[in-house]
Design a protein around this ligand. Structure first.
Ligand code: TYD
Ligand code: MG
Length: 457
């Protein structure tokens, strides 16, 4: 293919330059010039590349009621936990981005999924840019997928990949990973923002026009963003993130965006000798088993998607130097700073000169504010060196004024805790079962309205 001309376009102002410059000649912003294929017309083409080209031909007007709304056809992948996050299965013509740290299990999961789909009669193609065909075959043997009929293509050049896809028209194609794919239309290195964006745009367009479901694998950088190209997130239909501690065997797959289903549903897997196995009942996997209650440990009942889960929150408060540290793993650090301030102001618990470390056990990330109460109790418990009673759980959001606000679906959380044998709970008043309604068996509930009351308990 003849090389098309490329242009460098400023992502701030849209100004262009024929060659790369550190500073945009139009607006003076630094480091904003990104290479793009020139040609086509108008700034729209420059800005979005070819991503929306499939829409360009559609210019007839129609009312919404005239357009036939076909329900999206989903094909279950056969891995229940993955289907749960996808909202039922893979959608034909849909593009899914799956991100995660290296070595967390993205390739393993996808190989298992495409094999299951292939066995169900769906044609699957696995494009690998990171491993050779032999390595993928080795992995498939290890996973016990002998005689797999999945087709494998070891290729990193976009044009060749698209040509193969066009010729074979699989029902599902996995690109492992998008950062290794490059287009020879651009001079930038594979993995650069320009390359990743251009390649993803081409593959998206292919998915929309051919009906092939495309799954892109993307690596996450240290900061937690998909390496450079966060830009991918808005191009694709579904974004899934793999979470978990590589040292423990549990893995979570979380939907961040899903045009075809609910977000914040999670799938839970365990990494075994023979690949990832779904964990259908994950509520108790994030608890570390202490023989005796220890200071600084509180069990939180959190809600992940539609399932309540119990996660142990650990805190360690220790004498710090002149500039004490606040560190949190799995919880928001800004929120931690806020909670420490509330704790000081409203409950008289001062940690100003202390190092404070907070950790959610098992590598889970907890984003819901309902974790506040458990975090504050764990910190106080560690500071005072006093463990909380055996079988203790807590949840609830804490406001700046020290008030304890209710968490969504409190009854469900309490029932799950009771089911697992927990016996004492500190919860927001509005979440406690109302007088006269059925009590939750085996659970003593302390309903609190303010943080001070929680500390007294
Ligand atoms: P992988 O899928 O290669 O990760 P990614 O594609 O996200 O980089 O996962 C590799 C890890 O999984 C590796 O550390 C070994 C482990 N593993 C198992 O424990 N059991 C298995 O059956 C397989 C295939 C891998
Ligand atoms: Mg991989």
């Amino acid at each position: 293919m003849a090389k098309e001309k490329t242009l460098f376009v400023c992502s701030e102002c849209g100004g262009t330059s024929p060659k790369w410059l550190g500073k945009c000649p139009s607006c003076g912003a630094w480091n904003t010039l990104i290479e793009q294929v020139a040609g086509g017309s108008g700034p729209a083409n420059n800005r979005f590349g070819t991503q929306y080209a499939a829409l360009a031909g559609v210019s007839e007007l129609a009312t919404l009621s005239e357009i036939e709304a076909t329900d999206v056809a989903r094909t279950p992948t056969g891995l229940d936990e993955l289907d749960r996050v996808l909202g039922g299965g893979i959608v034909s013509g849909g593009v899914t981005l799956i991100g995660g740290d290296p070595g967390i299990g993205k390739s393993t999961l996808l190989l298992q999924a495409v094999d299951a789909l292939q066995r169900a009669g769906q044609n699957a193609l696995y494009v690998t840019g990171e491993e050779s065909g032999a390595q993928v075959a080795l992995r498939s043997r290890r996973l016990g997928l002998d005689h797999s009929q999945v087709q494998v293509l070891a290729e990193i050049q976009l044009e060749k990949i698209i040509a193969t896809l066009d010729a074979t028209r699989p029902a599902i194609a996995v690109i492992d990973s998008i950062q290794t794919v490059y287009s020879d239309q651009l001079t930038s290195a594979p993995g650069s923002v320009a390359q990743v964006r251009e390649c993803a745009a081409h593959l998206t367009r292919f998915a929309k026009t051919s009906g092939t479901a495309v799954v892109l694998v993307g690596h996450v950088t240290k900061e937690g963003a998909l390496a450079g190209p966060r830009v991918l997130e808005h191009m694709v239909d579904t974004v899934l993130y793999f979470e978990g501690d590589t040292h423990s065997s549990f893995r979570l797959v979380r939907a961040i965006k899903n045009r075809f289903g609910a977000v914040n549903e999670i799938g839970v897997f365990a990494m075994t000798e023979r690949g990832l196995k779904g964990v259908a009942n994950p509520s108790a996997i994030f608890l570390s088993q202490h023989a005796e209650p220890v200071p600084g440990s509180v069990v939180l009942v959190t809600l992940e998607g539609t399932r309540p889960m119990l996660v142990e929150i650990q805190a360690l408060v220790d004498n710090g130097g002149p500039s004490p540290r606040r560190l949190s793993v799995g919880l928001d650090r800004d929120r931690l700073a806020m909670l420490l301030a509330v704790l000081h102001r409203h409950a008289g618990v001062a940690c100003m000169d202390q190092d404070v470390f907070v950790n959610a056990v098992g590598g889970v990330r907890i984003s819901e504010p309902a974790a506040d109460l458990a975090v504050m109790l764990a910190i106080t418990s560690s500071l005072r060196g006093k463990p909380l009673p055996r079988g203790f759980i807590a949840f609830g959001e804490v406001g700046l004024a020290g008030e304890v606000r209710p968490a969504p679906r409190g009854q469900e959380r309490l029932r799950e805790a009771a089911k697992l044998g927990f016996s004492v709970a500190v919860v927001p008043k509005a979440n406690a079962p109302r007088k006269g309604t059925k009590e939750i068996e085996g659970l003593t509930i302390h309903a609190v309205e303010r943080i001070e009351e929680a500390m007294d308990v």
